[in-house]
Design a binder for this molecule. Sequence first.
Ligand code: GLA
Length: 457
Amino acid sequence: MEDVPPVSDIPQQKQKRYDDIKNTFLKKYGNPPEFFARASGRVNIIGEHIDYCGYSVLPMAIEQDIIIAVSHSSTTDKIMLSNMNPSYQDFQCSIKDFTISKSDPQWFNYFLCGVKGILEYAKPNALRGMTCMVSGNVPASSGLSSSSALVCCAALATMYAHGYSIAKKELSGICAQCERHIGTEGGGMDQAISFMAQEGTAKHIEFSPLRTTNVRLPGGAVFVVTNSCVEMNKAATSFFNIRVVECRLVAQIIAKSKGLNWRDYKRIGDVQKALGLSLEDALVVVKEIFHKEPYTKEEVCTFLEVTPEQLAKTTLSTNTLTVQSFKLHDRATHVFSEANRVLQYKRICDENPGDVLQRLGTLMTESHVSCRDMYECSCTDLDKLVDICLESGALGSRLTGAGWGGCAVSMVPMDQVEQFISKVKENYYAVEPSRAAKVSSAVFATQPGGGAAIYKM
Ligand code: GLA
């Protein structure tokens, strides 16, 4: 039996939330839902912006999740969506015919990505209409993967409503692909952890082929998430895709410099493997090949011997066609060093040779510095927050998720968590009324949560 998402009863301690969703569903649609799908958000402990380069990452699922109450019917082709949060408007369309507009990050488009993923994969003969009530408590646009949780949850709901049972690995791949209909070219981390998470353990996730290994986090420390309160929706800007494209150029330029057929390469990890380089050697190659100053588009085209029109096809994406400058040296340095930090982090957790917390903390903080200075995916407030976390007793602290805003994750000695939280509240949140208003949901300690599931009524 392949490892498929479990179908079980609603966990008792969660009953109240499910009852609320059920009652809202009933009030809105006049009949009760038939089942619930749930998928969680995640916090990435280390390994940022390297999954789409083919490198492994180390996230854990958080308790906050998306839940969708669903009833379905073969006598209608309608998808009807409503959200418990009134700021997200109702939406409806036909399951037979809908479009997802790129770079339009309205909430229902993420739902539709999940539906589309399953329809493209399973190609059901008989499409069923679905009536849904969505409830989410993953903070939006904050690097905790609320959007992927919605995509995964919608895919799971569509799968179950159409009578399919698809393995978690398969679902992870389907959802990593189908989320791209929204326009961002993410890797597969968020979807993989959402399906494959297991309560009590973080996961080392490797790609091509997708595989996960449990990572036992050392005792004595707690992971605390703090939201900078700067929102960043990666589908609304081109920041994210510009980094993806810069990494693609790094891969192609290294490939060409080393005599490989550069058009065959899109991911840095694949070139590294083809050249048989260690991550340390790869960092030396970066110094050899790339100059520190940004590359102009013209320079890149001249090196690859292509016209700008050809470059658009081999390398760019729709929302990066007009980008004129690429910081290849710094992006490559981040990717190889971050990939190495993930492996070191995992090794330290596995070997657990005694007093490891300080070493793990240092790796996390180094990761932040690299994201900030080399990958330039942080922002002033987030840097300030990380500094405050470190000053407040964290052993390590870093931005988590795509960045440019959103959350930091800090590793804090277990016996100092309360003190840590109160210091951060005082120094980051209390000083700014807009942050103070959000503090109750902006700071939380978290344990590794479980993966996506279906709950019967
Ligand atoms: C987003 C993407 C992920 C990953 C992170 C950055 O969450 O969806 O695939 O690239 O950003 O690490």
